[in-house]
Design a protein. Structure first.
Length: 322
């Protein structure tokens, strides 16, 4: 048949909903990102801390059947790793044994939340930085450089669907190393408990895990995509991403020094790592003398998210303007 003969034909196959167009962008991005050897290694090793915390849950629940003193030792060790105590004192363990005997439900709830805080603060915070640094920079910068916008927006795809598809790529890998390990840890604790009624006593922990994950994923994803949209070179976006976190951590170190000398330390607000950690501490309701007011870190994270989305929408709209 000549090429000028076919003409237009109606599509006879199944039609997908227009609301799912962003999933095509997300699927392609997820498969392309998974080709990175470093990303696969990071995702694999990110589950190691979760296995260690699950083992601590197992030992804790087993110790309840052999005596309260041993369970108090595990709780004190977790506090020590979270830097709540300078040393593990036998008098403190005795007090915790009395607390355990008096109110087992509250003690178990506190221990599980402390383990989750240990999981997110000590390991997954740094893992998050590297995952976003690998997946986010090339997502939009490469589209700008190759003019792939001409292909994307020649179809009925809105800016929101495009951004949502790109954000789903980053969010997929972040959820795989944050939300899933937290839920697996909770399910492990429930399965190891002597009675299924423990779900009624700890029902709020999965909701806290979901909230902590949202605090980690949403601001970092928006910030990573914004940096990707500001340049046509992925390496520049990666450099800017890691610079933001390194500068923030350096500011927090300076702030700690000012606090020791009795001065004010507003520089700590520049550290997204510490702002996210403060929100995690508050959301998990972990007992600590250093628990800060959540209004300040929450306002900073919301500001970062809103500004990043505003810049992102503007940059995505720029190639469409004639």
């Amino acid at each position: 048949m000549p090429i000028h003969d076919p003409g237009y034909r109606s599509w006879s196959g199944p039609l997908a909903s227009p609301r799912t167009r962003w999933t095509v962008i997300a699927g392609v991005g997820i498969r392309r990102a998974w080709q990175s050897m470093w990303l696969r290694r990071i995702v694999f090793f990110s589950w190691m801390p979760g296995l260690v915390t699950a083992l601590m849950v197992y030992l804790f629940e087993r110790s309840l059947a052999h005596g309260d003193q041993q369970a108090a030792v595990y709780s004190s060790l977790v506090d020590l790793m979270l830097e709540r105590t300078d040393r593990v004192a036998w008098g403190e363990m005795a007090a915790r044994s009395a607390e355990l005997a008096e109110n087992l439900t509250a003690f178990r709830h506190q221990f599980w939340c402390s383990l989750l805080q240990l999981l997110y603060q000590r390991s997954h915070g740094l893992i998050l930085i590297f995952i976003v640094g690998i997946t986010a920079p090339p997502l939009i910068s490469q589209d700008i450089r190759s003019r792939a916008f001409l292909l994307y927006f020649s179809r009925p795809i809105s800016r929101t669907q495009y951004i949502l598809g790109k954000a789903a790529v980053v969010g997929c890998y972040l959820l795989s190393v944050s939300l899933l390990p937290g839920l697996v840890l909770y399910i492990t604790g429930v399965l190891l408990s002597p009675d299924i009624s423990i779900v009624l006593e700890t029902w709020d922990i999965p909701l806290r895990v979901l909230a902590v994950t949202a605090v980690m994923v949403i601001p970092t994803t928006c910030l990573g995509l914004m940096l990707s949209s500001l340049t046509t070179e992925a390496r520049f976006a990666s450099f800017a991403w890691f610079t933001v976190w390194i500068f923030g951590l350096f500011s927090a170190i300076v702030a700690d020094g000012l606090t020791v000398t009795g001065g004010q330390a507003p520089l700590e607000m520049l550290s997204l790592f510490h702002m996210i950690s403060d929100m995690q501490l508050w959301l998990l309701d972990v007992r600590s003398e250093t628990t800060a007011d959540p209004a300040e870190p929450l306002s900073i994270l919301v500001t970062v998210t809103v500004v990043s989305l505003a810049v992102l929408y503007r940059r995505v709209s720029a190639p469409l303007k004639v």
